[in-house]
Design a protein around this ligand. Structure first.
Ligand code: ADP
Ligand code: MG
Length: 279
């Protein structure tokens, strides 16, 4: 088994794609669990009002439980809303619930509306007694204010793409949004990886999707693909990542490999960030 290296400084990663059902939450949760399993301190922020990442990591979430909604609206600090996930003592999460869907409208008039998450997160990271190696944000399926808040709070975006027909539809719009954020709101943002999910190696379609992404975005595309697997899809109903639920299965193995690839990319990314800062 290969070794993960601790990143030089905290890596802030948003898992984003405005399409629903492409594997954002599954990837957020399982990459986070893979990093945690390898001994790193990880924080997951559930930015989707559906709260699927909260469910999948066994976090309490519902009315009366402090969530990212309270954080975004300035009623709570991240330190008050954070929970430790039951399966990994070094994996923390700030949950969300359906209330968060009201936030987009409620913050729409604020001057700093795209920086609310970034500012809360900076405050938390700079005052926390614990050092985090990875902060992973699970984005909702839109390009609205919650996603802009997420993109402004990170240095990296990981884009999951489902190996299916129309897989690349909408990718152009996502890339343009990321570019707009880079230009106007967050100069440090880079796309660090594209991850193909629900890959079925027996189908020509899966191979075609992989090849097409490779043609256009070879440097971003991870070699690892995530197979379509029943274990992956049933793990959340046990409030577990597939890393904890089925540690020896193909799904867990694939997410570990993808996490390792992302981990190895760190030097490139930090070089790129240095270069951006000098410009
Ligand atoms: P998103 O967050 O982008 O909406 P999800 O991660 O929730 O997508 O995945 C959508 C659905 O597909 C979920 O029911 C999930 O369990 C399932 N799923 C995700 N990845 C896989 C996979 N590799 N194999 C089988 N089912 C998967
Ligand atoms: Mg999701």
């Amino acid at each position: 088994q290969q070794k993960f290296n601790k990143p030089q400084s905290t890596r802030f990663i948003a898992v984003a794609n405005q399409k629903g059902g492409v594997g954002k939450t599954t990837s957020s949760v399982n990459l986070a669990a893979a990093f945690a399993e390898s001994g790193m301190n990880v924080l997951v922020l559930d930015m989707d009002p559906q709260g699927n990442a909260s469910t999948a990591l066994g976090a309490e979430h519902g009315s009366g439980i402090l969530s990212l909604y309270d954080v975004i609206e300035g009623r709570a600090e991240i330190s008050e809303a954070i929970q430790v996930c039951p399966d990994f003592e070094n994996l923390d999460i700030v949950p969300s619930n359906i209330d968060l869907s009201g936030a987009e409208l409620e913050i729409a008039q604020l001057d700093n509306r795209v920086y609310l998450l970034r500012d809360s997160l900076r405050e938390f990271i700079s005052t926390s007694h614990k050092h985090y190696d990875y902060v992973i944000i699970d984005c909702p399926p839109s390009l609205g204010l919650l996603v802009l808040n997420s993109l402004c709070a990170v240095h990296e975006v990981v884009i999951p793409i489902q190996a299916e027909y129309y897989a690349l539809e909408g990718l152009g719009q996502l890339l343009r949004t990321i570019q707009l954020v880079q230009k106007g709101m967050n100069r440090e943002l880079v796309i660090s990886a594209i991850l193909i999910t629900m890959y079925d190696k027996r189908t020509l379609l899966s191979q075609e999707v992989y090849q097409e992404v490779e043609q256009h975005y070879a440097s971003l595309l991870l070699k690892t693909t995530i197979p379509r697997s029943v274990r992956i899809s049933e793990a959340p109903s046990f409030a577990q990542s597939v890393i904890a639920y089925d540690p020896r299965g193909l799904g867990a193995i694939a997410y570990r490999e993808a996490a390792l690839e992302i981990n190895k990319k760190s030097t490139n990314i930090f070089n790129l960030l240095d270069r951006l800062k000098k410009e």
